[in-house]
Design a protein around this ligand. Sequence first.
Ligand SMILES: Nc1ncnc2c1ncn2[C@@H]1O[C@H](COP(=O)(O)OP(=O)(O)O)[C@@H](O)[C@H]1O
Ligand SMILES: [Mg+2]
Length: 270
Amino acid sequence: MIDVRDAMVVYPGAERPALDGVSLTLSPGESVAMLGANGSGKSTLARLCNALLLPSAGTVSVDGMDTRDAEALWDVRSRVGFVQQNPENQIVGTVAEEDVAFGPENLGVPAGELRRRVDDALEAVGLAGMQRREPHLLSDGQKQRLAIAGALAMRPAYLVLDEPTAMLDGTGRAEVAAVLKTLRDEGVGILHITHQLAEAADADRLVVLSEGRIVYEGTPFGLMGEPEYAGRYGVDLPHMAVLTAELRAKGIDVPAPMLDAESVVEALWR
Ligand SMILES: Nc1ncnc2c1ncn2[C@@H]1O[C@H](COP(=O)(O)OP(=O)(O)O)[C@@H](O)[C@H]1O
Ligand SMILES: [Mg+2]
């Protein structure tokens, strides 16, 4: 389990803490989506999870290892995969397989095992057969899936993704979403930071950050039924959730929230 407890982060020279007493857990096989306005502390929290950053107060532990323990650093980093917003910044290899091999190779994984891990990771993200493909020839969605494969080749128990779809088009977003769903089902714990509540709809749990504090923790649907509340914290609701909320406000009895046009039509037609 990733266990963030009462974490406080104060950046040097900052007027207020970037994180102010945040507690959050992530278990293997669980998916947690995190939303919040720009500057609310999402990336800061993400960086705490794999010891890229240490809390100023409070604790962060990964499977019982305190991230402040320098001796546990490699273990922590290999258990918590990290994927950033811009896939370009994460590509290190000249061909796909080299890129994916980079992490485990540095861990000293022997050649046979390395081959297996690289092939498995590429397959898991739907890039099987692309071993020799040059990353710059991939689409943005494929590049981001390559970055996810690089993290997976470390065989992490958890994957933290900081707005991984922000630079992708609809197709790329859908591709990444499908990969995350499969990984969750295979037992990886997923912390998915996103701007889109629609992308969070499948998460087991949703957390909203505002000014360094958790202001909502619950089911994605719970938040979708509260458009005003969501808006206050900079969360964009899916169009259909806004529509159903507005219908309800006008006294039209549709169950909220509904995410697809079909079920709205169905409800209105009854
Ligand atoms: N390296 C840094 N040094 C100083 N302040 C930072 C640094 N990184 C982030 N901050 C500040 O911390 C707050 C939270 O930032 P961040 O975690 O990046 O939020 P988010 O990812 O939700 O946009 C913001 O006020 C931001 O300006
Ligand atoms: Mg951020």
